[in-house]
Design a protein around this ligand. Structure first.
Ligand code: YXS
Length: 272
């Protein structure tokens, strides 16, 4: 039975993430609890770096997790890094966008092992992983509408690929946390376990993957990525959405959402 390889000679700690490798399973642990693992540029750059190192080391599968028993898996995009000067907050080269693509394009399956609450862009990060195992008390809240953020096309597509439109609309329009049980019912989460069992269950599952052909798994993962990304979007459709998004990140409501976050109050959106 595979166990969580948390104390191996190959364990390495940077400041914001920890990694270790055992039995061809790489583990990346988000390690910034003071900021609830907010997806800052610094944390994302470290995540991308260790991901590349693990792939080069020949791991067959990666487990992405927070510290054992975390109350918050990740608080989402680092709000202090959202631009308020009229620039698009989520462009192609935004660190979160680059991290999501790196996970999707990785030839190695990534399993999100979720304990605690997941917020905003971290929900997209989790939902872009290949498999999601969650503890019973985990929750998932997709928050652009709460923050006033004009989420981008690629991000919305990633949500659409994880659950049906009614569920994604429910999560996006309310910005409220969804329980792990409900996320399991609607297919956002693959399996749910009591907190005490989730590590063993995740690493037993990961071990099954390590026993299969890495070449075929890499092919299947890329086939599924390319085929599921085949979305008809006309240039006019793309430009229309970008124009709508620009009206929002130029709006007073966008500024209000971020201001309210820092003032720890409910935003007062005017629709302007
Ligand atoms: O006051 P200090 O310096 O200790 O810092 C506090 C928080 O400001 C900080 N923090 C964050 N910093 C930047 N970006 C964040 N997303 C973020 N979240 C938290 O961490 C320190 C401890 O937070 P605190 O005091 O609120 O902890 P708590 O235990 O009372 O509450 C935990 C949470 C997660 C319920 C609370 O921190 C929270 O609601 N965080 C924001 C969750 C959220 O709305 N995330 C969405 C971020 S925007 C995003 O992801 C996309 C752009 S979008 O919105 O479009 O999806």
């Amino acid at each position: 039975m595979a166990t969580s390889p948390m104390l191996t000679a190959q364990e390495r700690t940077r400041s914001l993430v920890k990694t270790c490798v055992e039995n061809a399973i790489g583990t990346i642990t988000l390690n910034n609890p003071q900021k609830h693992n907010a997806l800052s540029i610094a944390l994302i750059e470290e995540l991308k770096g260790v991901g590349a190192e693990l792939r080069a080391s020949g791991v067959r599968v990666v487990v992405l997790r927070a510290a054992p028993g975390a109350k918050v898996w990740s608080a989402g995009h680092d709000v202090t890094e959202l631009p308020t000067n009229g620039r698009d907050p989520l462009t192609y080269n935004d660190p979160l966008r680059r991290l999501v693509r790196a996970i999707q394009e990785s030839p190695v399956p990534v399993i999100a092992m979720v304990e605690g609450s997941v917020w905003g862009g971290a929900c997209e990060l989790v939902m872009s992983c290949d498999v999601v195992f969650a503890a019973e008390e985990a929750t998932f809240a997709i928050t652009p509408a709460k923050l006033g953020v004009p989420y981008d096309i690629a991000g919305v597509l990633n949500f659409m690929q994880r659950a049906g439109l009614p569920i994604i609309k429910e999560m996006l329009f309310t910005a409220q946390p969804m329980s792990a049980q409900r996320a399991l019912q609607v297919g956002i989460v693959n399996q749910v376990f009591p907190a005490k069992q989730i590590e063993t269950a995740t690493y037993d599952f990961a071990a099954q993957i390590t026993r299969n052909s890495p070449l075929v798994i890499a092919l299947l993962k890329e086939e599924l990525r390319v085929l599921s990304a085949a979305t008809p979007l006309t240039p006019e459709g793309f430009e229309r959405i970008q124009a709508l998004r620009r009206q929002i990140y130029d709006s007073a409501d966008y500024q209000e959402g971020i201001k309210a976050f820092f003032e720890r109050r409910t935003p007062r959106f005017t629709g302007k």
